[in-house]
Write a protein that binds this ligand. Structure first.
Ligand code: P6P
Length: 336
């Protein structure tokens, strides 16, 4: 009997990757599957969010008498839970938590990896039904296995990531992740409750026609950034201008669209916020890693995002990310 092997689930894909690397311990594959499981649980709750009148607001108790948590707290607990009870992760850093959490139990202390994540980015968009997402980053520990993870494990430059990915809870729910071997996208097939490989080997087009930036901050941007934005708006046969402006205000949705279609996303520093708004460790580093593996680029305006040596889990950075040729066009202004 022919077995339908055409559509691979996330589990099948990660196990296949393991078969291709017999020396691998399977810990990273297991961690990625754990992230997929938590994402499926978050997907269910996010898709009920529109029923808040029935389910109740955060801090209340719902019709079943259960305490209703804010969705980003719920999401944080789901990702932290699967990682804590898995075999691959020694500790986590989260946008939702003031400090890193070292799991410090016998199994976790033997685990090779630590994970940083933004459990539900853009959650303010939930009540208007705009796509939101989870963003995560995986590092191999630098501290001694068998002992609890240390702060140094979490404060590594983005170049040290072994995997990075995001989930987008939108018209469909997707999980996209990158390792050195490539970027692959999985769409949740609700009929079987599995993420299935829908976007194999994602490459970011070298060029696109989309630019994404918050124009409300335009007069707070540095002059080179303003000049580049003007170029995006100007008819020019050499660069295909004018470009189309698309900005959802949900980083995962904006960057995902530009990764697939080609484009550039910018969250520059402003006079009010010179470091910008976005977080280095669990928003910018993961996307920068994914973008580079897919053929794109990501900088803070002065240096490669992945080269930044972090000093704090929650530090912010200006962010420019997207298609290679568009980023190089931007850099001619930033480096002028
Ligand atoms: P602004 C969502 O709050 C978020 O952190 C990102 O997902 C998004 O790209 C950015 O903020 C939008 O910020 O200042 O343009 O509303």
């Amino acid at each position: 009997m022919a077995i339908n092997r055409k559509i691979q689930t996330l589990d099948e894909f990660t196990i296949q990757q393991l078969r291709d690397f017999p020396k691998a311990t399977g810990e990273l594959s297991s961690l990625l599957r754990d992230m997929g499981l938590a994402a499926k649980r978050v997907h269910v709750e996010v898709n009920k969010a529109g029923l808040v009148d029935i389910l109740g607001d955060a801090g209340t108790t719902n019709v079943q008498g259960e305490e209703v948590k804010k969705l980003d707290v719920y999401a944080n607990n789901q990702f932290m839970g699967v990682l804590r009870h898995g075999i691959s992760c020694a500790g986590i850093g989260s946008e939702e938590l003031d400090d890193v959490v070292v799991f410090d139990d016998e199994i976790s202390n033997q685990s090779k990896y630590v994970c940083l994540f933004d459990p539900l980015d853009g959650s303010s968009n939930i009540d208007v039904n705009v796509s939101i997402g989870t963003i995560f980053s995986v590092y191999r520990r630098v501290s001694e296995l068998g002992k609890p993870a240390t702060r140094e494990d979490f404060l590594q430059p983005g170049t040290k990531q072994v995997a990075a990915g995001y989930m987008i809870y939108g018209s469909s729910t997707m999980m996209v992740y990158a390792t050195r071997r490539g970027v692959n996208g999985f769409t949740l097939d609700q009929s079987i409750g599995e993420f299935t490989l829908s976007h194999p080997d994602i490459k970011c087009p070298d060029k696109g026609k989309i630019y994404s930036v918050n124009h409300g901050n335009f007069f707070q941007y540095d002059e080179p950034v303003r000049k580049y934005i003007n170029v995006c708006q100007t008819k020019d046969k050499t660069n295909g201008g004018p470009y189309t402006q698309r900005y959802i205000g949900s980083m995962v949705a904006d960057v995902h669209r530009n990764l697939i279609k080609g484009g550039i996303f910018m969250y520059p520093g402003t006079t009010d916020k010179p470091k910008g708004k976005l977080r280095l460790m669990y928003e910018c580093n993961p996307f920068a890693y994914i973008a580079e593996i897919a053929g794109g680029k990501a900088t803070n305006g002065k240096q490669r995002i992945l080269d930044i040596q972090p000093t704090d889990v929650h530090q912010r950075t200006p962010m420019f990310i997207g298609s290679k040729l568009m980023m190089e066009e931007l850099e001619t202004f930033l480096n002028a």
